[in-house]
Design a binder for this molecule. Structure first.
Ligand code: ADP
Length: 401
């Protein structure tokens, strides 16, 4: 879509903010605009009408109308619009989705309050060979190769979602090289089994499980395909997750049998692909994207990690050449979720198991990092909402060219 964020903001400045004379944009009620591959997502913070669904519906309708008219004037077509209402902590309290009919007119796709934290359940019972998990969204994080920061991104997505009030689980699927014990600060914790079920480790507001805490850390994990899958299935199903809004799964790197079988056996909402800007990393990421496509798993988007180095003085250096993963995502027609810079703080917080610190701090690199993570989370949440709508309606997902 050739529509810009600026255009959407301009169009929405025609919508009055309730209780204010000013419009949504001038009154700073428009918190976020995201231009997605197949639609537009916006977030509004309207505390005056937070408890009034009809009033929120009216505002969503007015936004729809302004965007529709703006798009017609610009000669553009909008295929979907997602209007999310958030509270002061950024948690979505209601959402209205509109999608284009066959004639192109945008009409309501769903109008509902999102499930409360910890609520929601997948409808279809999983087939025998699949893995059952009680989570509204199951997100696999994959990468074409190791070392690109797949585990780091998984951890920060999970912690970031938990900080937004979501009930989040994080599963270390990287059974050959589990890194969650270090990244989530589990090293001094002991595993706990209750009624035959593993109790997840609770740190930074996230329930985590990793095989790294259940086997001898010094022994190499040389499981072959079926054994590896059996271990992963047990780890997933025997963990007492409770009800989750999101389960983030850190898949093993690559596109071999193990990540493939894992992705296949999970009822995934979608996959996130992590990539660095270099050409070789992109080629591997394309292979990962094709693997998900073959499995019929929707790709929620691509994350560019290590896109730029932010020095302690705030100066930025393009070590690997920034923007490569974004261009790759564009070429493949995949959503781009955002880029995460290299910072010393991120590396230190990862090594010391303090990921929550990535969202705090006032230094230039710290601010740059939490801005990047916030943007990533906003885009991910929008993509999750759109994926749920598409999957509920059985509309086709993106195809990799
Ligand atoms: P993968 O899971 O892809 O093998 P990891 O997430 O384990 O990769 O990251 C590899 C190393 O790179 C870790 O030491 C991690 O702390 C570091 N790292 C990853 N992303 C960043 C980043 N954006 N800035 C600084 N260090 C990073």
């Amino acid at each position: 879509m050739a529509i810009s964020e600026e255009q959407v903001r301009r169009w929405l400045s025609a919508v009055k903010a309730t209780g204010d004379d000013a419009d949504l944009v001038a009154a700073r009620r428009l918190e976020w605009v995201s231009i997605l591959e197949d639609g537009i997502a916006i977030k509004l913070h309207l505390p005056d009408i937070a408890g009034e669904p009809p009033a929120m519906e009216a505002v969503a309708g007015a936004c729809l109308e302004s965007i529709r008219q703006g798009a017609v004037r610009a000669g553009e077509r909008v295929r979907a619009l997602l209007v999310q209402f958030v509270n002061h902590s950024g948690v979505v309290i209601r959402e209205s989705a509109f999608e284009a009919s066959s004639k192109g007119a945008l009409r309501p796709a769903s109008e509902q309050s999102p499930p409360p934290a910890g609520g929601g359940q997948k409808e279809a019972p999983p087939p025998d060979e699949s893995i059952g998990i009680n989570a509204t969204h199951v997100i696999a994080v994959g990468a074409g190769k190791g070392g690109v920061g797949k585990s780091t991104i998984s951890v920060n997505l999970a912690v970031g979602l938990a900080r937004r009030g979501r009930a989040v689980g994080l599963l270390d699927g990287d059974i050959y090289g589990p890194s969650l014990p270090t990244l989530m600060g589990l090293n001094t914790m002991e595993p706990n089994v209750l009624d035959g079920r593993f109790q997840p480790f609770l740190t930074h507001g996230v329930k985590s499980m990793t095989i790294g805490k259940l086997v001898d850390a010094d022994k190499p994990l040389i499981w072959r395909g079926p054994m590896a899958h059996g271990a992963f299935k047990q780890l997933t199903e025997k963990t007492d997750w409770g009800e989750l809004d999101q389960l983030v799964i850190d898949l093993p790197p690559g596109t071999g049998d193990v990540p493939l079988t894992m992705a296949q056996s999970l009822n995934l909402t979608g996959a996130v692909i992590v990539c660095t800007p270099q050409r070789v990393a992109q080629d591997d990421a394309i292979r990962a994207a094709k693997m998900f496509e073959q499995l019929g798993v929707e790709i929620l988007g691509v994350v560019e990690n290590m896109s730029v180095f932010v020095a302690p003085d705030g100066q930025e250096y393009d070590i690997f050449g920034r923007g490569g993963a974004q261009q790759m995502a564009q070429r493949l027609g995949l959503p781009f979720l955002g880029s995460v810079p290299i910072t010393m703080d991120l590396r230190k917080n990862s090594d010391s198991g303090e990921p929550a610190s990535n969202f705090e701090g006032e230094s230039a690199p710290q601010k740059r990092l939490h801005r990047a993570l916030d943007e990533l989370l906003n885009n991910l949440e929008s993509q999750l909402a759109l994926a749920s709508i598409r999957q509920a309606k059985g509309t086709p997902s993106l195809t990799i060219r």
